[in-house]
Write a protein that binds this ligand. Structure first.
Ligand code: ADP
Length: 292
């Protein structure tokens, strides 16, 4: 068998041709998507998936056509949050049929097809290099999802990113300059530190950042329904980027997420109001950019 270095050119695979064709297919398939917004952080467990869903719900309340792609292939959770854990991913006339929540939000998540008891495993060709192979497979899968899903006409496609500051960079490079990033932190110095790295990584990729949402900035007291402090004050300030708003921790929202009800109306709650205010800021930034 030939060693990798013995291959002449692309070894006859026309790999560049395939990459270019796939890029073209992605562009074509996303041509009716108005805005691509990636929700990242670098840090895990800070509420990226939760806020992706809440932003989607807020956009839907404004009558926008919206879908979410769960790009956290190793730890997909959007299917559970949307109550779509058993939604099959079926081939349609023009590609993969996009499962929809009862509120009309498209959700593409591996959590719909891989049970939570199973690890999402990207089989490796070589044990020592499995991390390299895994990353390659992940991006190949992302490309396939983007190129072959029947997204339809969308105002917003939200992409829920996996944790890892370097992943922000990789996704920014992969998704290209049409993608806008929203970052999520919790009010802790540990989280601020990671998010700060992600901001630097996105800067290196020349990515466009809309701003930062602080999640769990206080909690909704179940007794008095007011927002009370949750984290101690910090000495760090990650906001080298515009601040979009602070979302409180709401035990009822946590319950709804676990129960698959994250997209159902949660009207008049402090979370809904805070999300609406953050979405106002996201939209005004996007509108300003269009106007320029
Ligand atoms: P990430 O996507 O960053 O890993 P998740 O969105 O999965 O984080 O959130 C982690 C946990 O915290 C989940 O159980 C989620 O329901 C809960 N959670 C996140 N934000 C909130 C919030 N504002 N109110 C209530 N629960 C929240």
């Amino acid at each position: 068998m030939k060693d990798y270095f013995d291959l002449n050119g692309d070894g006859g695979s026309d790999v560049m041709g395939q990459v270019i064709a796939l890029r073209k297919a992605i562009k074509q398939n996303l041509s009716s998507v108005n805005h691509l917004v990636a929700v990242g952080s670098g840090k895990g467990g800070v509420g990226k998936s939760t806020l992706t869903m809440q932003i989607a719900a807020a956009l839907r309340r404004r009558k926008c056509a919206v879908a979410c792609l769960d790009a956290d292939f190793n730890g997909p959770s959007l299917a559970r949050l949307a109550g779509l854990r058993d939604a099959p991913l079926l081939p349609g006339r023009h590609g993969l049929v996009l499962p929809k929540s009862s509120t009309g939000i498209g959700i593409l998540s591996l959590g719909s097809v891989v049970p939570e008891t199973e690890a999402v495993d990207f089989a490796s060709v070589a044990s020592g290099d499995s991390h390299v192979w895994r990353a390659t497979k992940e991006f190949a899968m992302l490309a396939q999802f983007l190129a072959t899903t029947e997204w339809g006409t969308l105002d917003y496609l939200l992409i829920d990113l996996p944790p890892g500051a370097e992943r922000c960079f990789q996704f920014a490079e992969f998704l290209g300059h049409g993608t806008e990033f929203v970052l999520v932190t919790i009010p802790s110095e540990v989280s601020h530190g990671v998010v700060s790295r992600s901001i630097t990584a996105l800067g290196k990729a020349k990515a466009s950042i809309i701003g930062l949402i602080e999640n769990m900035g206080g909690y909704v007291c179940s007794g008095c329904h007011t927002v009370r402090p949750l984290f101690p004050p910090t000495n760090t300030d990650p906001a080298r980027i515009p601040f979009l708003g602070s979302i409180p921790f709401d035990p009822e929202l946590a319950r709804r997420c676990d129960a698959g009800e994250a997209l159902l109306p949660h009207d008049d709650s402090p979370v809904t109001k805070a999300i609406d205010a953050a979405v106002d800021n996201i939209l005004s930034t996007l509108n300003e950019r269009i106007a320029v």
